[in-house]
Design a protein around this ligand. Structure first.
Ligand code: C2E
Ligand code: CA
Ligand code: CA
Ligand code: CA
Length: 276
């Protein structure tokens, strides 16, 4: 068994080194990609159920890799977060989302919000609020057409500082939505203290409608409305999902039923298409 353990250790050591090399390689590539602007934003429409019209677009980042093709965010955002590269990447995402949204408005499309995901590291940057003010000024996008999505886990880290930052956004006129709501350590205390404008129900609850999850969705919708918040559900994939949320009085929906995240060239078509 001694020999066996030694072998196991060798295998372990090897995979560890390889994992490390791969990580290092990916990190170097991320650096290069940032320099070369190899990232692209896709946009997923958000629909107001009652008006039956598009009211927002969530910006979702993709990495266009020369050999590997399009790499989805869950394969590079965590690494970007760990290495701190997310700050630079995130800055690019906000700027690009605002620039693009302003361009659509200038082209005469209906004015909608663009929603941008913020990472924890980004959110803790001291100059985030002034950075965003600068981006809005530079792109010419009015603040009401930018929305930021943060997650509960980010809200937990440094309460006082978070509230300060959120108030900064409020002063700027930029709305903040709490993303993936229900999956983290939701605390009602935060909901009443944080200046938020929207709760976003995680798609987990929409796609797996157990009795319990249905109860959770209903509760989140009620809670949002009694706190004067809008509520949006993600992961709406079919008509049943939509009917369920419509019956429960959800305000907005997002999901494959209406549209996948689209490259810029295809958003134009979506604007022109009638929804129903
Ligand atoms: P998220 O913020 O929860 O974004 C929603 C994800 O759900 C997107 O995946 C979207 O494509 C997917 N989705 C939308 N509708 C449906 C549906 O009906 N069914 C299913 N099964 N999925 C749906 P995506 O684009 O792969 O993004 C994954 C995550 O990566 C995002 O989750 C977000 O946390 C992160 N992310 C993406 N772009 C950025 C970014 O620019 N910055 C940061 N910090 N994170 C980002
Ligand atoms: Ca999001
Ligand atoms: Ca989400
Ligand atoms: Ca999610």
């Amino acid at each position: 068994t001694k020999e066996r353990n030694k072998n196991d250790y060798q295998v372990f050591k090897k995979s560890l080194t390889e994992g490390f090399k791969e990580r290092l390689h990916l990190e170097t590539e991320l650096h290069k990609a940032l320099k070369n602007k190899d990232f692209e934003l896709y946009f997923q429409p958000q629909i107001d159920i009652k008006q039956d019209e598009i009211i927002g677009l969530e910006a979702l980042c993709r990495w266009n890799h020369i050999d590997k093709g399009i790499i989805p965010p869950n394969q590079f955002i965590p690494l970007a977060e760990q290495t701190g590269l997310i700050v630079e990447l995130g800055d690019w995402v906000i700027r690009e989302a605002c620039r693009q949204n302003k361009m659509w408005q200038d082209m005469g499309f209906p004015k909608v919000k663009v929603s941008v995901n913020l990472s924890a590291k980004q959110f803790l940057q001291r100059d985030l609020v002034s950075n965003i003010a600068e981006i809005l000024a530079n792109t010419g996008l009015e603040s009401e057409y930018l929305e930021l999505e943060i997650t509960e886990s980010m809200a937990m880290t440094n309460e006082k500082y978070i509230i300060e930052t959120l108030k900064g956004f409020q002063t700027l006129g930029v709305n903040v939505a709490l993303d993936d709501f229900g999956t983290g350590y939701s605390s009602l205390k935060y909901l009443s203290q944080f200046p938020l404008s929207k709760l976003k129900i995680d798609r987990l609850f929409i796609q797996n409608r157990t009795e319990q999850n249905i109860a959770i969705v209903k509760t989140i919708i009620h809670l949002s409305h009694s706190l004067n918040l809008k509520v949006i559900a993600e992961g709406v994939e079919n008509e049943e999902d939509l009917m369920f949320l419509n019956n429960e009085n959800c305000d907005e929906v997002q999901g494959f039923y209406f549209s996948k995240p689209l490259p810029v060239s295809e958003v134009n078509g979506f604007f022109n298409k009638k929804l129903s």
